[in-house]
Write a protein of this length. Sequence first.
Length: 440
Amino acid sequence: MPYVWRNWAGDQRCAPAVIDEPASEAEIVAAVERARDTGRRVRVAGSGHSFSDIACTDAHMLRLGRMARLLDVDRTTGIVRVEPGITLARLGEELAAHGLALENQGDIDAQVLAGAVSTATHGTGRAFQNLSAQVIGLRLVTVDGSVRELSGQSDPEAFLAARVGVGALGVISQLTLRSVPLFALRRIDEPRPLDETLIALDEAVDRNDHFELFTFPYTGVAITRTSERVAAEVAQPPDPRAVWLRETVLENRVLDLAVRAGRLAPALVPAINRTLMRLAGRSEKLDASHRVFATRRDVRFTEMEYAIPRAAAAVCVERVMDLVERRTLPVGFPIEVRFVAADDAYLSPAHGRETCYVAVHMYRGVEFESYFRGVEAIVRDYDGRPHWGKRHYQSASTLSALYPEWDRFQSVRARLDPTGLFGNDYTDRVLGPVRSAVPA
């Protein structure tokens, strides 16, 4: 039986002809050369937390879990060198041991670093950019087996392309990150009326270091999450029993029962959602940042997420909620709303603009395409750009107009991978063929 690789959600799968698990940069080089010499294209798969088919290949797959070390730490400058296969969870703990932390991160820490960087994974906070913006240098194994050291000084264009390279330029073998002194977060989750939250949305985003909201359709309620950065010394690791009750029982087991019931009886979803909101209450957490940013996710789902201009956030959320309720769609997962600062990576969804991310989900086994396509039609009115690791229905012909530096990325791609070795069906679809990438 062939080996079948599946993503975390279980709805993307492939059967690679060859799987390599290199333990060093030299072994990555050797694997790339073998793939090139046998005519197989190469993709790198991380922890499988992408919902798109970005990592899938039936050709040559690399898995970098054996390259998961923190290589070097400069406590004075906060500059650290890291191998690509380290998970965000492990990196957070190892940085904390040195009195350091990532400036910001998303709520899934099971991702491997290189995958999270390459897809522009983000957290929330008006003053904070996505994870790739914390990268100040990287080493990239390219099609000819050479290793390129990329930074803003050595090769600025290739660096800005590779920071969010969707795996299409080569294999990242090492990253250099800018970290910050260790800090704690005081996080408060609180239910509030959705309409009032949207009216005061800009004020909430500006007033808090980190702000996000979750809203279940049919409830009129938003769970607001505000996190303030405080000194590391005031961290108070929570009572494990309280953590188990909230994060294991309420946020996962109860949710799983609810969405299972909604899958069996879609007409009950509005009532189920309202019941969940009656169970929601105010909670507070005060701990080291990497433990507060992360959220436990046991319930499997699929997801689409779009980056839109921050100014369009409230009206876009209103339109998404109206879409769900007008069509009576059985949406038992919340719409999630987050905010990030602009950055300059060529394919970053937040390139050049303050950004709001709107994410929509469906429980596994529930039809999602009609919902996701409806949301995609809404965000198109705001020049929405998809998260590269999540579902969307875009292609190179529609995406090229959304990214001001699209042609520069394609020029770098043609330079670093002229034969398209580091491609798959996903890159063929969303980036197009390399031969047509460089303007005449």
